[in-house]
Design a protein around this ligand. Structure first.
Ligand code: BES
Ligand code: ZN
Length: 846
């Protein structure tokens, strides 16, 4: 894609904006100092989208002084969001100052400048907020809207005095009121990319703390939510101190604000000094927040704060290397939270919450390499996916193991110092780590970030050797294996840590009495299968392995079955070795795979057979954990309880069903229910309920102000089996009951409900245009084809899916549509291949 930065390089923006919240519009002026580069030409081009340009002037600065430049034509190239200023005379390279005045609209899609709504004292109120990543600054002012075009920004905001407070990246220099209007001027920002600029205006309160070095840390929210900000402030303060020590570079701004916004497209956004969040990613309310959400809050804070260095101080040159930002932040959030909350066992959760999702998406032919070419601006949004985030963090994890913690940290310090306030490509990070470590980082990492996919290693045991074969792992196993190979860190039980295989086939001496286990800790980004002899040796040892190894063996086996390397009945056989299992992360893998097996096999006999099987599988843990917190229970026990109850409820466990009803009947408001139990209680009541239960759940939904509770209830309201309730729930999507930011939950949940999936598909086809119009800019919109593919495994649906989505192909949807088709293909194949074996296995065990 061509880049405007090559021709014009801004150094400073003076930006003035006047906001009219009632009229949902704004006007402004921007003065840009910059250097024209490249060949002399007759034009200067900036980004601008949906702005009305009202005036343009320019001055050229050269040795002889300042000269006005006359533009005789100003036009916009809509397809490329370009504002083209044409002069009748030649414009030579050199320094220019451009001044542009403009007007724009404040619109609902949560990008650029948009409104949020909330209720206070019974009245509906508004906040105004910005979201500029990835390329939406151009919707608010003309600029060179590319990450490499770093500059400083001075912002002055004018808005009605009664509207509230104004926040931006930097502290306020001055604030004055005139004629009912407030003019707030902010300090100049550090040199940074346009996507990091932000402001929020409206009625908000805050909680505050200070780091040891004196940085003021504040968390803001709408008035009724200010009481729920303490956990965020405390976590952020400690986390900021941790990063300063780890990176060896002080946080450069005097303040770090965080704001919980009632309407927000993603989870959170790392605007420098003004991090914005979806409410459920920041607000912690002891009586209403579940433990997993509390943990999520800490993780999101740690993620965004990491960007203050990795992303904001040093930034990818282009979106191709987005993973440098997101993969890295998604890795180090675990390092930080593990330090702040050591008993949360974050690194075990890394394998189930990050790596597993990376491995899953990357097992499709229509994945993409971590370093991904971008051909069209609409593609940028689609790469904020499990490859940039989860595969990215997983390959960093592997590298961290390979280099060791200290060398890795020192290499990062070197990298951040060297490129501070600048931009990098992936190779710059490898070179810095290579310089510090003396190890061949580039050649080790290149295969993992430049090639799509990853390998499966097949282990065959010989008397005193292991035979290892690697090939690309694909869920749709191709007839002819792909030729790609990877340098694979083996991490074997009796092998040295640095042992690697590079070739397709390798034979390594191995002590016959040692466990034939590789990829210990499941730290490597690959799958493994073992031959029967190895499996026989491993089975009795499973209870003594680490949780990562226990869950790794199970996950690898189920995934191998999906691709046809073994049968699902082999994986179920392996699962029988886990009746004593007590770790929540291992149970997460069990729960996910059982749900997927049930969904893809989509067969009444299997569903019925699974019930007694699951009831037996969870028996020990249910007895141990029950419904209420026990004295001395561990953090993992608390996380495990809802998983066990959920599995039990799905298997119609009589006592669990009965208790769920009892809890629901006895609770007059949701606050009477422990936050960790709400999800299983609500969804169970819904699955077995009809009109009266729908009415009661809806009442809870309408009454709550909690964003988390709304999503929990959305999962329940979409979990009914009766057509009336299913249609009612689908009907809400276009109503005021569901915020734009939450639509994807309603859709995804409805597709996961087997009674609702057909009606949801019909709804989707009928309402595609509405979604496109209202969600077009939203990340979740691009994932819709994948949601629509997940629950089906028949070729009839595949045909319908292709018929419908073939008409919808566009740069934004192309990859997701192809991924959906591919998922439907492997799911259909898996069902055909393994249904009988699964039935046989389950009938023998019942
Ligand atoms: N930079 C992203 C936010 C973002 C995502 C902006 C997509 C534009 C498009 C932010 O740092 C982020 O990664 N947020 C995550 C949460 C995080 C904890 C993984 C998100 O929004 O899901
Ligand atoms: Zn991020």
């Amino acid at each position: 894609m061509s880049r405007l930065y090559n021709d014009f390089q801004p150094s400073h923006y003076e930006l003035q904006l006047t906001l009219d919240p009632d009229g949902m519009s704004f006007r402004g002026s921007v003065t840009v100092n910059g250097r024209k580069a490249g060949k002399p030409s007759k034009r200067i081009v900036l980004h601008s989208k949906d702005l009305k340009i009202t005036n343009v002037s320019a001055i050229r600065h050269d040795k002889k002084g300042d000269n006005p430049v006359l533009f005789d034509r100003v036009n916009t190239l809509k397809s490329r969001d370009e504002l083209r200023l044409h002069s009748s005379t030649m414009l030579y390279p050199g320094n220019y100052t451009l001044t542009i005045t403009f007007e724009g609209m404040i619109t609902d899609p949560m990008n650029g400048l948009y409104p949020c709504t909330f209720i206070h004292h019974g009245k509906t109120k508004k906040l105004l907020a910005t979201q500029f990543e990835s390329h939406h600054a151009r919707e608010v002012f003309p600029c060179i809207d590319e990450p490499e075009a770093k500059a400083t920004f001075s912002l002055a905001l004018t808005f009605p005095k009664t509207f509230g407070v104004g926040l931006s990246n930097t502290p306020v220099i001055s604030s004055e009121t005139k004629h009912g209007q407030q003019l707030v001027i902010f300090e100049t920002t550090p040199i940074m990319s346009t996507y990091l600029l932000a402001f929020v205006v409206g009625e908000m309160g805050f909680k505050e703390s200070k780091t040891k070095r004196g940085t003021v840390v504040r968390a803001y929210a709408t008035p009724d939510n200010v009481a729920h900000l303490d956990f965020a402030v405390e976590t952020a303060t400690r986390c900021l101190e941790y990063y300063e020590a780890y990176f060896g570079i002080p946080y450069p701004l005097p303040k770090a604000d965080m704001v919980a916004l009632p309407d927000f497209a993603s989870g959170a956004m790392e605007n420098w000094g003004l991090i914005t969040y979806r409410e459920q990613a920041l607000l912690y309310d002891k009586r209403n927040t579940s433990l997993s959400t509390k943990q999520h809050i800490a993780m999101v804070i740690a993620h965004e704060l990491a960007h203050m260095w990795f992303g904001n101080l040093v930034t990818m040159r282009w979106w191709t290397d987005l993973w440098l930002n997101e993969g890295f932040a998604s890795w180090i959030e675990y390092l930080a939270v593990d330090k702040l909350f050591p008993d949360w066992g974050m690194w075990t959760q890394f394998i189930t919450d990050e790596q597993a999702y990376g491995l899953k998406l990357d097992a499709l032919e229509h994945t993409h390499p971590v370093e991904v070419p971008i051909h069209h601006p609409d593609e940028i949004r689609t790469i904020f996916d499990a490859i940039s985030y989860q595969k990215g963090s997983s390959v960093i994890h592997m590298l961290h193991t390979y280099l060791g913690a200290t060398v890795f940290r020192d290499g990062l310090r070197h990298y951040l110092k060297k490129y501070a306030y600048g931009n990098t490509d992936t190779i710059d990070l490898w070179e810095a780590l290579e310089a510090t470590s003396g190890k061949p980082v580039r050649s080790f990492m290149h295969a993992w970030t430049s090639q799509p996919g990853y390998p499966i290693v097949q282990v065959t045991t010989k008397k005193s050797a292991l035979l290892l074969h690697q090939e690309r792992f694909l869920l749709n196993k191709p007839k002819r294996a792909s030729l790609l190979k990877w340098p694979i860190p083996l991490l074997g039980s009796d092998l040295s840590n640095s042992e690697q295989i590079e070739e397709v086939d390798t034979e390594l001496p191995s002590n016959p009495s040692a466990l034939p286990l590789i990829n210990r800790g499941h730290q490597g980004f690959y799958r493994t299968t073992y031959d029967d002899a190895a499996t026989t040796r491993l089975l009795p040892k499973i209870p003594g392995l680490s949780p990562e190894d226990r869950l790794g063996l199970l996950a690898d086996s189920f995934e191998a079955a999906k691709a046809g390397y073994c049968s699902a009945s082999d994986s179920l056989k392996l699962l029988s070795a886990y009746t004593e299992e007590a770790h929540s992360s291992v149970w997460d893998i069990i729960a996910v795979n059982i749900a997927e097996l049930r969904r893809v096999m989509d067969d009444d006999t299997v569903r019925d057979q699974l019930k007694p099987y699951l009831q037996r599988l969870i028996a020990q843990q249910y007895k141990r954990l029950g419904w209420t917190e026990q004295k001395n229970e561990t953090y993992f026990d608390k996380l495990l309880r809802p998983t066990i109850l959920g599995l039990g409820a799905s298997a119609d466990h009589p006592d669990i069903l009965q208790q769920a009803v009892k809890y629901f009947e006895e609770a007059s408001t949701s606050e009477d229910l422990h936050p960790d139990l709400r999800s299983v209680v609500y969804t169970t009541i819904a699955r077995r309920g009809s009109a009266p239960e729908f009415k009661r759940l809806l009442k809870l939904y309408d009454a709550t102000q909690s964003a988390e509770e709304r999503v929990t209830l959305a999962a329940a309201l979409t979990n009914f089996t009766g057509e009336t309730q299913i249609l009612q729930a689908l009907g809400f999507i276009k109503s005021d009951r569901v915020r734009l930011q939450d639509i994807s939950y309603w859709l995804a949940y409805s597709f996961l409900n087997r009674h609702a999936k057909g009606l949801t598909w019909k709804w989707l086809k009928e309402n595609w245009h509405w979604l496109e119009k209202n969600l077009g800019n939203d990340l979740s919109f691009y994932r819709t084809p994948v949601y629509a593919a997940r629950s089906f495994s028949d070729s009839g649906y595949l045909k319908e899916f292709i018929e419908f989505f073939d008409q919808k192909r566009s740069p934004a949807l192309e990859r997701s549509i192809n991924q959906g088709i591919e998922m439907l293909e492997w799911q259909t194949k898996w069902k055909k291949r393994d249904l009988t074996a699964v039935k046989d296995f389950l009938s023998k065990t019942s």
